[in-house]
Design a protein. Structure first.
Length: 321
């Protein structure tokens, strides 16, 4: 469980770089960064596949198609809808909707797996929800009012982005927790190829034909986001999905917001507002409570499965038939 938690937190630390990357590469656009980022993700995956150990050998065509689909839809599809949500509805409302993703996935997963009694999820989910609302409503209150039709369209795009990542999280976890789960590195590589194929569709939106002075800065961020923010982050998430109940792994996604806000404060060279402080603390407390609840439940389950005989056996005494 500890390895899974550390892998999930590493994923969120790398995903959180997205919060500042688009601003750091200006005058290049968000579309430019997405094309370069996911292109590098797929190129790294393809180069690794030159080694037989990284090739998706032994997978059925259906399983391989799912891996490609997760890469294309889970990364490119989510990105496009999230980008248009912000463009149409502003930067405040879409995060309020998309930010419910960890809670929604955790509730859906726990209903299917019954990994934890519902009463044990009340406090973690409540704290996380309060933290997300505190941060996002503070941003919302300072946002300008846009045209109503644009806001509705933007909210629809935010809802689509949310639905895509919920499906990604559920399907990816189902594959990695199946009896014939693929190797994590091979599964990461398939998603990388899918993301690259999807990024080709974004080329008409790029500004690569224009002259930009800060090309070296853009290349550096593209490499960072492609190799660390995409390839490594996906691999760590695959590990977390395999080792943790999805209801817990989903709650870890909240850490992406915390890391992202921290990177943003460093990038803007400012201290958090009071609402941001409170929101982040509530999210951290909620995540800590969730980890503790699952840890207690797992320990109780091990004791129950061991039975009363376990207490009568010395740790050094071998079991014999």
């Amino acid at each position: 469980m500890l390895i899974g938690i550390l892998a999930g937190l590493a994923t969120c630390a790398l995903w959180g770089l997205t919060f500042v990357a688009a601003r750091a590469v200006e005058p290049f656009t968000t579309w430019d960064l997405a094309i370069a980022r996911y292109g590098i993700f797929g190129l790294a995956s393809a180069l690794l596949m030159l080694d037989r150990r990284f090739r998706p050998i032994g997978m059925t065509r259906g399983r391989a198609a799912i891996g490609l689909m997760l890469g294309g839809l889970g990364y490119i599809g989510y990105f496009v809808f999230a980008a248009y949500a912000v463009k149409l509805a502003g930067a405040a409302l879409p995060p309020l909707i998309i930010g419910t993703m960890p809670i929604l996935i955790a509730l859906i997963a726990n209903r299917g797996d019954a990994a934890l009694p519902w009463s044990h999820l009340t406090i973690p989910i409540g704290l996380i929800a309060a933290g997300l609302l505190t941060v996002n409503l503070d941003t919302l209150s300072a946002a300008p009012v846009a045209a109503r039709s644009q806001i509705i369209a933007g909210l629809a795009c935010a809802g689509a982005a949310l639905a895509i990542w919920v499906v990604y999280g559920l399907v990816n976890a189902a594959v990695m927790r199946s009896a014939d789960a693929p190797d994590g590195l091979r599964w990461t590589g398939l998603q990388g190829l899918g993301a690259t194929i999807g990024s080709i569709l974004l080329l008409p939106f790029s500004s690569f034909g224009e002259t930009h002075a800060s090309l070296s800065n853009f290349i550096g961020w593209a490499l960072l986001m492609g190799l660390a923010g995409s390839w490594a982050a996906t691999f760590f998430w695959v590990v977390a999905s395999k080792r943790l109940p999805l209801a817990l792994a989903a709650q870890l996604i909240v850490a992406e917001t915390v890391f992202g806000l921290f990177y943003g404060f460093v990038f803007e060279m400012r201290w958090p507002t009071s609402a941001e402080w409170v929101g982040c603390m509530l999210e951290v407390l909620g995540l800590s409570a969730g980890i503790a609840a699952f840890g207690r439940h797992a320990g109780s389950a091990r004791k129950t499965s061991a039975g009363p005989l376990a207490s009568q056996i010395s740790p050094d005494q071998p079991l014999r038939p």
